[in-house]
Design a protein around this ligand. Structure first.
Ligand code: ADP
Ligand code: MG
Length: 273
């Protein structure tokens, strides 16, 4: 077989092969290889390696976009000192993924509003995506609505199966999904479908008490909890609200500032007004 080599066709060929990095880099690399007399195999290996590295980066970017993680809420910006019960080392170990995601192990984060549950969950999500896992962060009410719509369209099973592509579903604020919204047995079906296969992380204000308000009846609440906790790590975050703490700190620093104002200036200001 004879192959006619037409280098002018190279850009088209590389596009057809979906090799955008090689497509961008080959003119420079080939020029350098010609000039410096690289062996052909070295040129080929260099281009292949760069294509692979960039492909990995593109994949992570795609997975970060589909994860819908709240921006800026990473583990880097999370102050672990404020939540001693969490343990930075434990969270960093969970951020590795590996064993627990492979076996459909769950994470349940409990704590009052403002304790940092959503931030910690999102931070974990970010890390896991960077390590190559697929994650979806969603408010529980949003996913319940989405699944209810699917049920009405008679494709709940397909919709739940579509969520299988995510190694981890983060259901934020379970406590705010209420059965009076409509019937939320869809949530139970999601939990059952993922049981022992795919992981779920839940954040909630109360550990289990009050979950009756989320599922249609007591028996279903018990069954849902049973499946969730069977293989689960519980993260207790019983700390004062970060928002409240920040607001108090701000208020204190304002009163300090007011106290620090030079009394002469302050009284002059008073006269003027
Ligand atoms: P929760 O979900 O428990 O109600 P959030 O995670 O939404 O609380 O936290 C409330 C706000 O406080 C967010 O802006 C979050 O980024 C911030 N926050 C909470 N805990 C921490 C923390 N330990 N370090 C840094 N920021 C925090
Ligand atoms: Mg929250």
């Amino acid at each position: 077989m004879t192959i006619t080599v037409d280098t002018a066709k190279l850009p088209t060929l590389l596009t057809a092969l979906r090799l955008p990095t090689v497509g961008r880099l080959w003119p420079d690399f080939c020029a350098r290889a010609d000039k410096e007399g690289w062996p052909a195999a070295r040129l080929l290996a260099a281009l292949a390696e760069l294509e692979l590295a960039e492909r990995e980066q593109r994949r992570i970017q795609r997975h970060l976009a589909e994860a819908r993680l709240p921006p800026g809420k990473t583990l880097d910006t999370f102050d672990f000192a404020l939540v001693p019960s969490l343990g930075k080392a434990r969270i960093m170990a969970l951020a590795e993924g590996d064993a627990w995601l492979g076996s459909g192990h769950n994470l349940l984060a409990f704590g009052p509003p403002g304790a940092g549950k959503s931030h910690a969950a999102a931070g974990l999500g970010h890390e896991l995506v960077r390590r190559g896992y697929r994650v979806l962060f969603t408010r529980t009410t949003d996913i319940v609505q989405r699944l209810q719509a699917a049920r009405q369209a008679l494709n709940l099973a397909q919709e739940i199966a579509r969520l299988d592509r995510f190694d981890l579903l983060i259901l934020d604020d379970l406590s705010y999904a209420r059965k009076d919204q409509a019937e939320t047995s869809v949530l139970f079906e999601l939990i059952s479908a993922r049981y022992e296969r795919r992981s779920i992380m839940i954040t909630a204000n109360q550990p289990f008490s009050g979950w009756d308000a989320v599922f249609p009846d007591k028996a279903m609440t018990v069954a849902a909890i049973d499946r969730l906790v069977h293989h689960a790590t519980i993260l207790e975050m019983n700390v004062e609200s970060y928002r409240r703490r920040a607001a108090l700190a701000a208020a204190t620093s304002i009163s300090d500032t007011v106290r620090d104002i030079d009394p002469v200036t302050a009284s002059e200001t008073e006269k003027e007004t």
